[in-house]
Design a protein around this ligand. Structure first.
Ligand code: SAM
Length: 233
């Protein structure tokens, strides 16, 4: 069954965009997943296709209107649509690999991309939106965050990546960052590939990789290192 992504945006022309290339793009062409962009403006009620208004309480910028978003969400995901509805926002919970894995195992996602100062908060409760952030920085719109979310999900769909082992060993899958990777030439600008990787001793290679993964995680991500077992929400 096709994993379905519906993206609500005021810039529908941005989709599938970069998701049409490489692994995700091949999977899209093969029908493993679909990416439907829905133009929020089509659900505006006036002839100027107004989707935003000034913030209640004053302040700079504009806010996407709840009534317009509600009509767009209802058209994209009528009652009974089992897909999680996600609002991309810096106010959301940080996206994690375990959440990505769970989403990839489901039927797909409905993604709302904010713009301007964000969206009217009432839509979150009114349409049970899950608020997700892709990191502690502010983008100018949710579309780039949607690329991140959809790319991370698409590569985990069955049949998208050749080597299942490569998924299992990747950063975050065991609560660790991945070990460093090398390829030929054996010596690059005087720097050699670590001898153990050329030893042919699979046990020693595995032990070295584990130690390097643990060291990188301890040094760079003490927050991950403190957790035991696979990374959690
Ligand atoms: N005023 C908002 C705030 O301070 O939280 C920022 C709004 S931002 C300029 C416009 C839109 O970009 C947001 O509504 C959201 O959809 C998207 N966005 C920005 N940063 C994001 C992030 N880190 N994760 C997910 N979406 C983000």
């Amino acid at each position: 069954m096709t994993w379905r992504a519906s993206v609500l945006t005021i810039f529908p022309e941005l989709f599938p965009g970069p998701l049409a290339a490489s692994l995700a793009g091949k999977a899209l062409a093969a029908g493993i997943w679909s990416c439907e962009a829905i133009d929020i403006r089509k659900f505006a009620a006036d002839k100027h296709r107004t989707v935003d208004d000034t913030p209640a309480g004053g302040g700079p910028g504009m806010v996407l209107k709840a009534d317009v978003l509600a009509r767009a969400i209802d058209a994209a995901a009528p009652a009974g649509d089992p897909r999680p509805r996600i609002l991309l926002t810096p106010r959301g919970r940080p996206l994690t690999q375990s959440r990505v894995r769970a989403l990839a195992e489901g039927p797909g996602v409905v993604v709302v991309c904010g713009r301007f100062e964000g969206v009217d908060q009432r839509i979150v409760e009114a349409r049970s939106l899950e608020e997700i952030s892709i990191g502690d920085y502010v983008l100018s719109g949710g579309e780039v965050a949607a690329y991140v979310l959809l790319d991370a999900c698409a590569r985990l769909l069955p049949g998208v990546m050749g080597e299942d082992a490569s998924k299992a060993e990747e950063s975050f899958e065991a609560g660790l960052l991945e070990y460093p990777q090398y390829t030929k030439p054996q010596v690059f600008e005087g720097r050699a590939i670590p001898d153990v990787l050329l030893s042919g001793d699979h046990g020693k290679v595995a032990a070295w990789r584990r130690a390097e993964a643990e060291r990188a995680t301890r040094e760079r991500r003490p927050d991950l290192a403190r957790r035991k077992g696979p990374e959690r929400e």
